[in-house]
Design a protein around this ligand. Structure first.
Ligand code: URA
Length: 435
């Protein structure tokens, strides 16, 4: 078999057999097939697509390209959650402790942020002392003891995705439904939980820009997961504006702490209640969705969700005084307000531009080697549907960079807010549930 023939076959729109996909994935992981051929294959897939059978084979072969986790020593139904990426998406930091406080077993492996999207691991690492290297027995023991761990993926888990995702990121091939489905599901399946809740983000800050595409992706992933006997469900969530008000690592952790006290922004709270109630159903902890939602509201009110977050931070070596006193988090030297130039309703906030601007201010990384400034980011003061007066603050830029750079970013951020005279309704955060 030759890789070039497989690329041509896909370029001509034909389906690859399991043996052919295995030849490609094994050869790539073993260093026999070079990046440039895999780039060409990914581009052919982006244009020509894959059949469901091809995606299932690709997912399975990627999942088994390295080690898989055995969570059979963990008690209860193990639940996991995965978002396809967004701006200001700190959901796991709130949702994980919430469902764990209600008795679910939340065993999650997370990733780092790249480009305009943030990553849960980076956010967690803004808590001094906290480690995300919770591997093997330590992971199992922590989850058995307190019901929750959020750890970094080890290098040996799904090596095919590690190589391929980095390559897709620099070759314009991230936005392919079969490739996203195989990438996400291979990692979720290798991580070994019984149930998976997928948050498929949709809008200009997400990889899926259109609801039909997001629905196709969600249905495909749900089918792959259920086909392999994992209870898999999905929500389609709005990423046309950032989620919540905070974008940037320490800023988002502070917002997550507020949310765990019941004081988070409306859209973040709603997403956590809806996704959480579905997860409690998946974990067989509640009678139905309404019951699950009540349990979650209760765990916020009685402080048990916040206490669960404290327990997790402590178990992972973090300094809990930051969680008890969030004002201790380092604050950026420059906090620059962006003012509204006109009065009216906020019609749109370009999530992609806000994510890219936060990255330029120091809050994200362009390449995996970049060092993040945990204090940097953007705090929104207005969301879509809010009324704003001329001269009111739309958002604040937080940065330790020089003033010239901040001024350049300020212009882009100001332009990312669209204001109109007519009434604008607040958008729903969860657009659809797929199960
Ligand atoms: N998230 C992933 O894990 N993989 C993708 O391909 C896209 C988003």
């Amino acid at each position: 078999m030759r890789m070039v023939d497989l690329i041509i076959k896909k370029r001509e729109g034909h389906a690859l057999t399991r043996e052919e996909i295995a030849f490609w994935i094994d050869g790539y992981v073993n260093g026999v097939i070079p990046d440039y051929q895999v780039s060409a294959m990914n581009m052919a897939i982006l244009f020509k697509g894959m059949t469901e059978e091809e995606v299932i084979n690709l997912t399975d072969l990627m999942e088994h390209s390295g080690e898989t986790l055995d969570l059979s020593n963990l008690r209860g139904v193990k639940v996991d959650k995965h978002s396809t990426g967004g701006v200001g998406d700190k959901t796991s930091l709130v949702l994980g402790p919430m469902v764990a406080a209600c008795g679910a077993t939340f065993a999650k492996l997370s990733g780092r942020g790249l480009g305009h999207t943030g990553g849960t691991l980076d956010k967690l690492e803004s808590i001094p002392g906290l480690t995300i290297q919770v591997n093997g027995d330590r992971f199992i023991n922590q989850v058995n003891k307190i019901g929750i761990a959020i750890a970094g993926q080890t290098q040996s888990l799904v090596p095919a995705d590690k190589k391929m995702y980095a390559l897709r990121d620099v070759t314009g091939t991230v936005e392919s439904i079969p490739l996203i489905a195989a990438s996400v599901m291979s990692k979720k399946l290798a991580a070994g939980t019984d149930a998976i809740l997928l948050d498929v983000t949709l809008g200009n800050g997400a990889f899926m820009k259109d609801i039909n595409q997001a629905r196709i992706l969600a249905k495909l992933m749900v089918k792959i997961g259920n086909g392999l006997k994992r209870d898999t469900r999905a929500v389609l969530s709005n990423m046309d504006e950032p989620l919540g008000l905070a974008v940037g690592n320490a800023l988002e952790v502070k917002e997550a702490i507020a949310a765990l006290h019941g004081e988070g922004p409306e859209d973040l709270m709603e997403l956590c209640y809806i996704a959480g109630a579905i997860m409690l159903e998946q974990a067989h902890i509640c009678k139905d969705y309404e019951h699950g939602r009540k349990m979650l509201e209760e765990c916020i009110k009685d402080g048990s969700a916040f206490n669960k977050f404290l327990e997790m931070v402590e178990a992972q070596g973090g300094d809990v005084s930051y969680i008890l006193h969030p004002e201790k988090f380092a604050v950026a030297k420059n906090i620059v307000p962006i003012y509204a130039k006109e009065e009216g309703y906020v019609k749109a906030i370009d999530a992609l531009e806000i994510g890219l601007s936060s990255m330029t201010l120091g809050g994200g990384r362009e390449t995996l080697d970049d060092v993040i400034d945990m204090a940097a980011g953007i705090m929104l003061n207005k969301k879509v549907g809010d009324y704003v007066k001329e001269g009111e603050v739309l958002c604040y830029l937080h940065s330790n960079k020089n003033v010239t750079l901040i001024n350049r970013v300020a212009k882009n951020v100001a332009d990312s807010f669209k204001i109109c005279k007519g009434f604008v309704e607040k958008p729903k955060v969860v657009l659809e549930v797929i199960q």
